[in-house]
Design a protein around this ligand. Structure first.
Ligand code: AHR
Length: 487
């Protein structure tokens, strides 16, 4: 029997719902096909957005959506994507396959999508391939309520009232595809660009600077030191897990050895160290700047037979374990991680949905977001896990929170391929009398949902949980993710 201690009275940090955010880029079949099929499609849609995707994403309470990239953002010119669709230019998607970009999905379509989903918009604005003026004008076009040529143009294009724009990223991966900048140079650019992103009316922009990739602590140090006086809301960080850790041969999404499985989980758990170390640097300079993990997930070799530039990959129980471990890490660092965005929503990398023409399926990762959604805007409860590790990989991960209506939510994950884990969770001083809900997602490591069997992997009732004298006992099967709600 292994033990988890939960300090039920020790909660003081809110788990921002934005930690459960998503990211959709003009890449492969994420936007086109995945989310947007156009009004004339015979796939059921609302204003061109797939109805099945709206329903599925609303069900997991998608809180925020980042768009239009990614790398694509640094070549995106927003004026290409407004006005009558037949007049919009066809441009080249240089980053992702050099395929034609119709620009049929642009600013109005994105904000409409967010409204349909009930998600907040997070724009990644073009710093290296655009101009200060272009970024400034985009903010004015979107958020200005008064009379100006740009706000009148927005009205002419069909949107009378301004939209709320809570989050704006000033550039993307400017250490790489976004201009190959040095941190000192980017910091100066950030300071300049952000100066011209104005708040109009009630809109308050939360500005996010391009932070590091993985363990580039030098970037964080130099950036934060230079930009802290301009009071950014946050700095971003990107961390992807490649199963083999060899970016030229990342490994298959569906056929992998036990070693590759554990190496993927270890790579995911590295997120914890990254947050601690980048967080410590940020806190040395400023008590308020957040860490925004606006790209994360498993990055495998693309599915054989698909366009290699489209980054389409299947999604297995391994992805579900990565998602659960990572979301538990984010929850447990909710004091500094204020938003995170899984890459990417549909048909690209670690997706929550896959589509094939009229068909859509929910991946194992989708179900993890479903199991974790009760944490959104709840209060984090400190927890401590005393359970075994395999080669330094902790096999049990956990986070706990107290919801606004007084329920305790526990999300547990057993990454072991072989061992069922008997657990007792001690809720210190908690006033709990019953198990309100218990669900578990479990299947062999390579199990996937396919278009032939779309619901092979799905959560079921987690039987055998017992609550007695403030102590919850259960046995977590191998390769499993569970949600237990106590009241
Ligand atoms: O998510 C795919 C790509 O990964 C994004 O475009 C880029 O920001 C990152 O390198």
């Amino acid at each position: 029997m292994h033990t988890i201690f939960i300090d039920a009275l020790g909660g003081k940090t809110k788990i921002n719902r934005e930690i459960y955010g998503h990211f959709s880029e003009h890449l492969g079949r994420c936007i086109y096909d995945g989310l947007f099929v156009g009004k004339d499609s015979d796939i059921p849609n609302i204003d061109g957005v797939r109805k099945d995707a709206i329903e599925a994403l609303r069900a997991i309470k998608i809180p925020v959506l980042r768009w239009p990239g990614g790398c694509f953002a640094e070549e995106y010119h927003w004026r290409d994507g407004i006005g009558p669709v037949e007049n919009r230019p066809v441009t080249v998607n240089n980053y992702w396959g050099k395929v034609p970009e119709s620009n049929h999905f642009g600013t109005h379509e994105f904000f409409n999508l967010c409204e349909l989903l009930g998600a907040q918009p997070y724009l990644a604005a073009n710093l290296s391939g655009g101009t200060v003026r272009e970024m400034q004008d985009w903010v004015e076009y979107i958020t200005f309520d008064g009379h100006s040529t740009l706000s009148d143009l927005r009205r002419k294009n069909g949107r009378k009232k301004p939209w709320a724009l809570p989050f704006i990223g000033i550039g993307n991966e400017n250490w790489g595809g976004g201009g190959n900048m040095r941190p000192e140079y980017y910091a100066d650019e950030y300071r300049k660009y952000q100066t011209f992103c104005k708040d109009y009316g009630d809109n308050r922009l939360k500005k996010i600077a391009c932070g590091p990739s993985d363990d580039d602590y030098d970037w964080t140090e130099k950036l934060v030191k230079s930009i802290r006086r301009s009071k950014p809301f946050g700095i971003s960080m990107h961390h992807y897990c490649a199963p083999t850790r060899n970016w030229d041969n990342k490994g298959s999404a569906t056929a992998f050895s036990d070693d590759e499985y554990y190496s993927t989980i270890a790579h995911a758990i590295f997120m914890d160290e990254l947050i601690q170390k980048h967080g410590a640097i940020i806190r040395r300079y400023d008590a308020d700047i957040a860490l925004i993990v606006d790209e994360w997930g498993v990055w495998c070799d693309t599915e054989p037979g698909t366009n290699p530039d489209f980054l389409y990959q299947q999604n297995s129980m391994r992805d579900a374990i990565v998602a659960a471990v990572t979301l538990n890490i984010f929850n447990n660092h909710a004091d500094i991680v204020k938003m995170a965005n899984l890459a990417q929503t549909v048909n690209v990398l670690q997706s929550v949905l896959l589509t094939d023409g009229k068909n859509m399926l929910k991946t194992p990762t989708y179900h993890v977001f479903d199991l974790f959604k009760a944490h959104q805007d709840s209060t984090l409860l400190p927890s401590h896990v005393a359970a075994p590790a395999k080669d330094d990989i902790p096999l049990i991960s956990c986070s706990a929170s107290l919801t606004k209506n007084g329920k305790f939510v526990l999300t547990l994950c057993n990454a072991s391929l072989t061992e069922a884990m008997p657990l007792r969770c001690i809720l210190d001083s908690a006033d709990v009398s019953a198990i309100a809900e218990a669900r578990v997602l479990t299947a062999p490591k390579e199990a996937c949902n396919t278009f032939e069997v779309p619901d092979a992997v799905h959560p079921v009732s987690f039987d055998g949980c017992v609550l007695k004298d403030g102590c919850l006992s259960c046995t977590l099967p191998p390769v499993s993710v569970a949600e237990i709600v106590l009241k």
